[in-house]
Design a binder for this molecule. Structure first.
Ligand code: M6P
Ligand code: ZN
Length: 212
């Protein structure tokens, strides 16, 4: 669900930014809000149901009438152009689907290009997977900066009991390619709540779906 400035109760402080001139925004490290912001995106479970491994758990949550917000993002108005630097904040709610932690959908960039993440509040794990299948996991926490190299798909997982908030910056023309990972069953590893903390295990969906 994409909301433009003016759509919600959060919008009273919004002014239209123009990235053709220098601008600044205020960053709330606890909530992830930008003031002002130009657009926000709310991603409920129903919007990304297929991302989670336990489809019975997804169906059970949605059938109960619940549709939890998995994450929310705030964007300033930066053009999707090569010389611009797009940035946004994202807040992933705390929770699980089955035992798999709430997370982002996860993507490659259409144009392989780097991305920078800065942890603001909460705790989580970034799962990264290169086009040749190399894997990396990095802990994301306040003040931690994670560099995602070109060609590495990335997904962020909230492994804590409070919202996980972070800032991400990437090239304006990078684009979001979800299909490259989803067509092969998603990331090779998933992050689950275990008795002694987060557990990373091989994904069963990755085993079921593969390129023909
Ligand atoms: C980060 C950035 C964004 C991305 C968001 C949610 O903030 O990488 O570009 O859109 O996370 O991730 P996704 O789109 O994969 O669900
Ligand atoms: Zn990205």
């Amino acid at each position: 669900m994409v909301c433009k400035a003016g759509d919600s109760e959060f919008d009273q402080d919004v002014t239209v930014l123009s990235a053709s001139r220098p601008f600044s925004v205020a960053l709330d490290f606890a909530t992830g809000s930008l003031t002002p912001y130009s657009a926000s995106l709310v991603r409920p479970l129903s919007d990304m149901a297929s991302a989670f491994e336990d489809q019975a758990a997804v169906e059970s949550i949605l059938a109960s009438g619940d549709d939890p917000v998995i994450y929310r993002s705030y964007y300033p108005d930066v053009p999707n152009e090569p010389d611009h630097l797009a940035f946004l904040t994202t807040t992933i709610s705390a929770g699980t689907v089955g035992s798999e932690f709430f997370m982002t959908r996860g993507h490659h960039h259409y144009r392989d290009s780097a991305e920078l993440y800065v942890g603001m509040s909460g705790e989580g794990i970034m799962v990264m997977e290169s086009r040749r299948g190399d894997l990396s996991q990095q802990e994301l926490a306040p003040s931690v900066v994670i560099y995602v190299p070109p060609g590495w798909a990335h997904r962020t997982v909230n492994t804590g009991n409070v919202p996980l908030t972070f800032l991400a910056a990437y090239y304006g023309d990078a684009g979001h390619d979800y299909g490259a990972m989803e067509s092969t069953g998603g990331f090779s590893i998933r992050v689950y709540r275990g008795d002694d903390g987060p557990q990373l295990r091989r994904s069963a969906t990755r085993d079921r779906v593969g390129p023909s």
